[in-house]
Design a binder for this molecule. Structure first.
Ligand SMILES: C[S@@+](CC[C@H](N)C(=O)[O-])C[C@H]1O[C@@H](n2cnc3c(N)ncnc32)[C@H](O)[C@@H]1O
Length: 204
C-alpha cells in the first residue's frame, strides 16, 4: 500500500490511475454543476486533469499544496483564464480572489480533520457570489457498500473517511442548505463516494 501511495505522488501515474479506476467519471459528475461563464475555485485541485471537461468560457483558480501537481497543471492548462497556485487555501488567498460561483472540493475533505474542514468550509462560504455553491465529493463509508468497496474506503490515502452523516454535519455548520447523494456506480471497481452541494452560507 505504501508503494502505491508513493507512486501517486508521480503526476502521470496519478492521472493514469484515476482514469483506470474511473475516478475521472466521478469528477465529471461534479463538474456538471459548473455552467459556462462562471468563476470557479478548485481547492486541492491536484493536477486538475479534469480541466478540459469544464465548460468554456470560464475563469478558474486552482490551489494545491503539492508543487509537482501545480507545475503539471500550469504547464497543461494554465493561461489567461486559468491560474494555479501552490499553497494552502487560507484567508489571504481568499481575499485575493473575485467572487466565486462554484467552489470545487474534489477528494479533499476526507484528507482534513473536522477542525480543518470547518475552517475550510467557512472560508469557501465567504468567497461565494450570491447564488454560489460548493460542490464536494469524497470517499465514504456507507451501509450498502460491499466488502471490496469498504476495503477501498479503509485503505484510501485520506485519514478522515467519514459516513455521509459525518460529512453533512460539517457542511451544515457553514451552509443553510446541503444536498447529498451516495455515488457508487461510476468507478470500474466497487467504491462509494459522498457528493454534496452546499448553498446558502450561514454567515450571510
Ligand atoms: C485526493 S487529491 C484530489 C486532487 C484533485 N482534486 C482530484 O480530484 O484529482 C487531494 C489534494 O488536496 C491537496 N490538499 C490537501 N490539503 C490541502 C489544503 N489545505 N489546501 C490545498 N490543497 C490541499 C493535496 O495536495 C492533494 O493534491
Amino acid at each position: 500500500m505504501e508503494g502505491l501511495k508513493g507512486l501517486l505522488r508521480h503526476v502521470p501515474a496519478y492521472v493514469l490511475l484515476q482514469r483506470v479506476v474511473g475516478a475521472d467519471k466521478l469528477r465529471y459528475r461534479c463538474i456538471d454543476e459548473v455552467k459556462a461563464g462562471e468563476t470557479v475555485l478548485d481547492i486541492g485541485c491536484g493536477p486538475a486533469y479534469y480541466f478540459p471537461r469544464l465548460p468554456q468560457p470560464l475563469k478558474y483558480h486552482g490551489f494545491d499544496t503539492d508543487a509537482p501537481y501545480i507545475d503539471w497543471a500550469t504547464q497543461h492548462f494554465g493561461g489567461e483564464n486559468a491560474s494555479f497556485h501552490c499553497g494552502i487555501f487560507d484567508e489571504a488567498a481568499a481575499r485575493s480572489l473575485p467572487q466565486i460561483d462554484v467552489v470545487l472540493l474534489l477528494g479533499l475533505l476526507h484528507h482534513l480533520s473536522d477542525e480543518q474542514c470547518t475552517d475550510l468550509l467557512n472560508l469557501a462560504a465567504s468567497v461565494l457570489s450570491p447564488g454560489g455553491r460548493v460542490v464536494s465529493v469524497d470517499t465514504c463509508f456507507e451501509p450498502s457498500q460491499g466488502r471490496i468497496s469498504r476495503w477501498m474506503s479503509e485503505n484510501d490515502r485520506g485519514e478522515y473517511v467519514r459516513d455521509p452523516a459525518g460529512f453533512e454535519k460539517l457542511a451544515l455548520q457553514s451552509f443553510g442548505q446541503v444536498e447529498g447523494e451516495v455515488i457508487n456506480d461510476v468507478t470500474h471497481i466497487p467504491a462509494s463516494y459522498w457528493m454534496m452541494r452546499m448553498t446558502a452560507p450561514s454567515s450571510l
